[in-house]
Design a protein around this ligand. Structure first.
Ligand SMILES: Nc1ncnc2c1ncn2[C@@H]1O[C@H](COP(=O)(O)OP(=O)(O)OP(=O)(O)O)[C@@H](O)[C@H]1O
Ligand SMILES: [Mg+2]
Length: 602
């Protein structure tokens, strides 16, 4: 019985942790990441260096203040030297004003450095994400990637700019204070410094647990993000299936998990804070006890006051260091994830000495291509075919046959490991990605639109397209008919899901976007979604317009599209089993013939 209940428990835990894909916990701060951090700091070295200089002077001018108090109390007051008292008061005021002014400038410089660092990290991360292959995005929820670019980068910037500068400053402060203290009184200075190794030992012991705890917080936090993003994307499906309650339950589960690890992290950090604070208070009182004990003849009243002040100032940077350490530990947990992403290898990239593809004529050849997504199951098996310039080639076959995979390889969204794909006789693995893709028009099964106006979306295909070109392309495709009916015409705003326009209209926009880019090779993975007959007619005509004058590969489901193509390839289980024109294949009475019959029967 116990065995069964344990099994069930494990299953629920598994269900809840399906986002826990980066759950590994590093014991140590990796040297590699430290090097990367230094790289970013060096880029912001201008303002950082300046702010360091300002900080040093701010710190020194703040620290000389107590010395004036000591002179006032030990010399001016007993000697009733009013002039000296005033002078010391003026010096003290000046030192405070200078220190505050220098600190103010420093704060601005640090903020500037922080903004620079945040900009650099986010830019690198975003640039890298855009280069990563489909397989990277296939393998994780997008929400988990998103948190790395926005909230994580925000959190680390403060730790990196303020944190690092403050760290250096506080360490310097400690040295300055020790120097001033020993100058005033070595005995009391030793009393003050004695608590330090004790605290260091304590922090050193608790450090690994603290790091692990904050890393867990970052993981669980990103799980929530991933779930929220996914839920927003899928909100229509959720409502259609009436799954709101169940989703809330999952969300609560994820939030509870995050809260549990967060509380644990807070407990640990709080223990560090309490210990530092207590040790500092104890030392402070000890200074007064020892000071009074030594008062005559070794210590004066002024000296005791100054040493009390220094003791307080000495522990302040240490408490600050403990806080900075806390922030830093959290930031390092985030940085791990950020740098993980930046270090993710770009598997689809130009080989060394890749050549620029000249103007493509459009001869496409697959030569004995075999392919597997996971390295285990072959999805394409020894596929060979030829597509001549200007031809339109329909790829048909049952679902999961490998149709999309063929065009994925032709677009080089995945690397070709067995066999070759040649365009105009040139192996596409040996040309630059930019020169290859800029001559291809690729329309995937889901025609994604971006937030912006309709004109912006069309212009995505050609950044410098004029309004006239956009109108011309739209009317060639036939998209102008619906666009002009919209209240704002080409300036109508749409969102990334393309809401506000129908599925068919979305396709027409995607066609226009591709037409304007004037590709040499056209790839169309036709959406299976049904569209109304009026739009259907437009879509058909749109496809015909697009295909004119270019080699086209069309994964089509509608017979009307397929039969007009110059060549039809029937794909089944990763192999081309039939190939020819519509008439030829109908005469063979094979798989294609059966498919056509099935469609007519419907
Ligand atoms: N990213 C991926 N990772 C692993 N396997 C994949 C991936 N994409 C597709 N597959 C598998 O490869 C096989 C071929 O998929 P493909 O997308 O090429 O089929 P298709 O012919 O385009 O099907 P459909 O008509 O449904 O679009 C399928 O068995 C599928 O499960
Ligand atoms: Mg497909």
């Amino acid at each position: 019985m116990a065995f069964f209940s344990k099994k069930r428990e494990q299953k629920t835990a598994k269900e809840q942790n399906r986002y826990d894909m980066d759950e590994y916990l590093d014991e140590k701060v990796s040297l590699f990441n430290v090097k990367r951090v230094l790289g970013y700091l060096i880029r912001a070295k201008g303002p950082l260096r300046l702010s360091l200089i300002f900080s040093i002077f701010a710190s020194i001018s703040g620290l000389v203040g107590p010395l004036f108090i000591k002179t006032a109390l030990d010399e001016a007051v007993p000697n009733k030297d009013f002039h000296q008292l005033l002078l010391m008061g003026a010096y003290l005021t000046a030192s405070i004003v200078v220190s505050v002014a220098l600190s103010a400038v420093r704060n601005i410089l640090v903020a500037k450095a922080g903004a620079g660092i945040i900009h650099d990290i986010r830019q690198d991360l975003f640039a890298h994400l855009q280069k990563l292959s489909f397989s990277f995005f296939d393998s994780r929820p997008h929400g988990k990637i998103f948190v790395r670019v926005v909230p994580y980068v925000n959190s680390v910037s403060d730790a990196l700019s303020n944190g690092i500068i403050n760290f250096v400053i506080e360490v310097l402060n400690i040295f300055f204070i020790i120097f001033f203290m020993y100058k005033v009184d070595p005995h009391l200075a030793t009393v003050i410094v004695i608590g330090l190794p004790l605290l260091a030992l304590f922090i050193w012991t608790i450090k690994p647990a603290q790091r692990r705890a904050w890393q867990a917080v970052s993981n669980k936090g990103s799980n929530i993000n991933a779930y929220i993003q996914e839920s927003l994307d899928g909100v229509r499906v959720t409502q259609a299936f009436d799954r709101q309650d169940k989703n809330l339950e999952i969300m609560n589960g994820l939030a509870d998990e995050r809260n549990n690890v967060w509380m644990k992290a807070i407990y640990i950090s709080n223990t560090v804070w309490c210990s530092t604070e207590s040790i500092s208070q104890l030392v402070w009182s000890f200074v007064y006890i020892m000071g009074v004990f030594w008062m005559n003849p070794m210590a004066s009243f002024g000296m005791l006051l100054v040493m009390g002040n220094y003791a307080w100032r000495f522990w302040q940077p240490i408490i600050n260091l403990a806080n900075i350490y806390n922030t830093f530990i959290t930031a390092m947990a985030y940085l791990d994830r950020i740098f993980d992403t930046i270090a993710e290898p770009v598997t689809i990239q130009d080989i060394p000495n890749a050549v620029e593809f000249p103007f493509v004529r459009g001869h496409v050849e697959f030569r004995n291509v075999s392919f597997s997504y996971d390295g285990v199951r072959k999805v394409l098996n020894n596929v060979s075919f030829n597509g001549h310039p200007g031809q339109s080639i329909a790829i048909v076959g049952p679902t999961g046959a490998g149709k999309t995979t063929i065009v994925n390889l032709l677009s080089r969204f995945y690397n070709i490991e067995e066999g070759q794909v040649l365009i105009d006789g040139q192996d596409i693995m040996k040309v630059t990605l930019h020169s290859l893709r800029s001559q291809m028009g690729i329309m995937l099964q889901d025609s994604f639109l971006f937030t912006g106006t309709i004109a912006d979306n069309i212009r995505y295909g050609k950044l410098d397209a004029t309004d006239e070109e956009i109108r011309a392309a739209a009317s060639l495709i036939g998209a102008n008919q619906f666009i002009e009916k919209l209240p704002d015409g080409y300036d109508t705003r749409i969102t990334e899901r393309g809401s506000g326009i129908s599925a068919g209209e979305r396709q027409l926009l995607a066609f226009t976007r591709t037409l304007i880019s004037n590709p040499r090779i056209l790839i169309l993975d036709e959406a299976t979604s049904s569209i109304d007959t009026g739009t259907e007619q437009l879509v058909q005509e749109g496809i015909q317009t697009l295909m004119k004058g270019r080699t086209s590969f069309i994964i089509a489901h509608r017979l009307s599209t397929i039969r007009n193509c110059t060549q039809i390839m029937f794909v089944s289980d990763g192999q081309i089993v039939e190939s020819g024109t519509h008439e030829e294949l109908m005469a063979v009475k094979g798989r294609y013939y059966e498919l056509c019959l099935a469609q007519y029967e419907q």
